[in-house]
Design a protein around this ligand. Sequence first.
Ligand code: KIV
Ligand code: ZN
Length: 525
Amino acid sequence: MTNAATSAAAPVSDKDRVLIFDTTLRDGEQCPGATMTLEEKLQVADLLDEMGVDIIEAGFPIASAGDFEAVSLIAERVKNATVAGLARAIQADIARAGEAVRRAKRPRIHTFVSTSPIHLAHQMRKSEEEVLDIIVATVTQARNLVDDVEWSAMDATRTPIDYLCRCVEAAIKAGATTINLPDTVGYAIPDEYRAMFRTIRERVPNADKAIFSVHCHNDLGLAVANSLAGVEGGARQIECTVNGIGERAGNAALEEVVMAIKTRGDAVPFFTGVETTMLTRASKLVSAVTSFPVQYNKAIVGRNAFAHESGIHQDGMLKNAQTYEIMTPESVGVTKTSLVMGKHSGRHAFRKKLEELGYNLGDNVLEDAFRRFKDLADRKKDVYDEDIEALVDDQIHTIHDRVKLVSLSVIAGTHGPQRATIKLDIDGVIRTEEAEGNGPVDATFNAIHALVPHEATLELYQVHAVTEGTDAQAEVSVRLAANGTSVTGRGADPDTLVASARAYLSALNKLRARGERIHAQHAAE
Ligand code: KIV
Ligand code: ZN
């Protein structure tokens, strides 16, 4: 074993290239609470494309009008990646997916059907022969719409190998160009998964006509290990999500598979086209838009992933970073937390810092962000990169809001009830309201509710500190649910209550944009 940080010999042949298929916007978004708005999906898709992801699964077009619109818009704007739309083995699904990806430079239809006995008996209520007919019919239909068709055998890892071979052969014969064999329930272990791919590729006569793909769920914490084992078994596409979000325990984490391949090129002699210095940014964006926090000790992108706390480790690091570091923080896009600027920093320096952090803002947005930065620098002694990111993300997400916070004052303390007075700008009209509550956050939300009545229910209220210290900015997430959809709003401010009000308003604005019944009061009402 060598130290890959310095000595990994990169494999060069194209047959060693592993395609990265990102399904953050489909399998990731499918997990409860991770719903993203259209605007957020476009941001994620742009970043994935820029990062060099090969295939972006943009959604499940038949699922809703919103999903269809998101897949269509992503298909239109993505510059390099293939854009895939998911479809069950149903004619209407496939037609809808074909329509949604039609404008992509590289469109793909991804269709799937269950193949395991337990799914056939209890979910599909179909025989093996009937499912084989369905595979042929649906793959043929998809192939008549696009040249690039992926077929997935749902619950492949619990499917008898002889039957799986027949299904794969039929799908390839009908025109599938990628064959995905998912570990849908996260049940496999690496040796089995590797062996499954080897057997299928040996036994299926037309196996050389398709690319094989892994798709692993993390129920036993083995999704990444299984994905790499599948690649050893001959797969050349990994399906994964940023931060590993997804159904139940999630999917294989994109950043982990990519960095395992890059760092251990000696043992896993493959390569991907992903620009690894963008991994941290992608992780932060997905965490921000879904409000799923990244666990502190998460591999690659957790905030402790490169922190060395113990004396022995710190001593080693000072002498030579390779004593305890197998990859550099810079290689995944972690820049040293730097004291950026203070209240004397000018517009030019602020713009430069934003560019460094990967933001490219128009003049008006930049001007507003700069004003908020100055305000923050007046109130907070040290302004870090994370502070600027929180502030700008907040700014970007509220640009189109029709209900905005003007001011808030709260009376809190040991003698309740707590009282909040809030002033809002509602479609250009200033309205003020006062309310009591069981605590200052409750009072603040009650005051907002009085001005913006709605029937949505609060599913999540979450606060985290952006940096250390008691003057740190609070970043608050609020998730509201109405009529089966949930949206998440975020707000950042050194005052936790102001951040809470911003987050609540941001969620309400999102619901309003989706046409939910939010009755913002106008002066005339
Ligand atoms: O886990 C799974 O089997 C899936 C399929 C739809 C590919 O997500
Ligand atoms: Zn899945």
